[in-house]
Each structure stands twice: as C-alpha cells, then as structure tokens.
Design a protein around this ligand. Sequence first.
Ligand SMILES: Nc1ncnc2c1ncn2[C@@H]1O[C@H](COP(=O)(O)OP(=O)(O)O)[C@@H](O)[C@H]1O
Ligand SMILES: [Mg+2]
Length: 201
Amino acid sequence: MPTDPRNLTRHAGAVTRQDRERRLGQRSAVVWFTGLSGSGKSTVAHALEERLAREGRLTYVLDGDNVRHGLCKDLGFSAADRSENIRRVGEVAALMVDAGVLVLTSFISPYRQDRAAVRAIVGRDFVEVFVDAPLAVCEARDPKGLYQKARAGKIAEFTGVSAPYEPPEHPDLHLRTGEQSLADCVGAVHDLLAARGLLHA
Ligand SMILES: Nc1ncnc2c1ncn2[C@@H]1O[C@H](COP(=O)(O)OP(=O)(O)O)[C@@H](O)[C@H]1O
Ligand SMILES: [Mg+2]
C-alpha cells in the first residue's frame, strides 16, 4: 500500500549497497568538509582523493563551485538558498553512498542545522571534518580573490565577512590548516577513516 500522498512507493532492488560495496572491495561513506572559504576544504579533499585513488578506492569529490554550475545553478547565497544547496548535495551524497562510493564533499556549509540534516539523511557513515583556519589566515590566502571582492562590497552575504559561519560543536575531526601541513591534514583524515573501519575491504 502506498503511504505517500503522491502515491510513491520505494522500489527496493535486489542488488544492495552491500553487494556494490563488495564488488568494489570497499566501504562507502561521506566525508563532509566544512569551513570558511580558503580554509582548505578543496585542497585537503582532493589530496585525500588522490591518496585513496592510489590505494584503489572509488571516490568522488562533490565541490561547491562545481555543483553550482549544474545541480544547483538556480541557487544563490541567501540563507534559504545555501540550505537548499546543502540539502541537494546531501541527497546526492546519500545516493552515491548507496552506489558504494567513498564521497568527499567540499562546501562551506555554514549552518549547523543544514549539516545535521545531511547527517540525518546519510546516517551512520557520515564523517564531519571541520577545516579550521582563522578568518585572517583565510583572508590572507584568498586563493580566489573573493575576500578582496567581499571587502570591497562586490559580493553580498560572504561567509565570515557579511554572513555567519557556525563552527561544528562536535566534529568527528578538527583540522587546523593554519598550523598543520597539508600532508598532516590528509594523514589525519585517512587515519580517522581507517580507525572507523571505513578502509577495510
Ligand atoms: N594545511 C593546509 N591544508 C589545506 N590548504 C592549505 C594548507 N596550508 C595552506 N593551504 C592553502 O590554503 C588554500 C586553501 O584553498 P582552498 O582549498 O581552495 O579552500 P576552500 O576550498 O576551503 O575554499 C590553498 O591555497 C592551499 O594551498
Ligand atoms: Mg573549495
């Protein structure tokens, strides 16, 4: 009996997530990087992906600017649009986990509630990594020149300047990229995944 008012019923396929994980010889999960622009989310996620790929894992990085060209191209940077952006990415990440992929996501994702909602969608295999660097450090790096534009008033609602960032209260891992090297950061995430049993075949 359909329980949804739109008469939708889930079709459970005979091939399961476990079957796909076994086929790939890996566990799937979402490693969710959150932090200010310029904190190092993309740099760490992509460096970790290179290492995992060398180790034979099937991975995928979902990155903010990339999804905003397609999946989320209709969204801006208001609080409501940021929430919808993260909700969509969370749903995509959950589907990719069901497909057996080790998903790495790189989004500022400034709101605690939005990150909690993704954790609720994905379930137990959600690893939140706080990529933390002081605003002054991010601003000095300014890899995309966005802080300069934001300070000049050319970008509205820029996180850390004119829009809030709510740091995780209990992240699974807290990286301090102003103090730790990139190699240390990648190693710390890798160690955590191993400790969680997520790198077992
Ligand atoms: N330990 C570190 N981890 C990650 N990035 C670092 C680190 N130290 C310096 N950086 C530099 O900081 C910048 C981070 O940029 P990026 O990864 O694009 O940030 P985000 O994706 O969070 O906006 C890069 O220029 C990177 O080389
Ligand atoms: Mg980035």
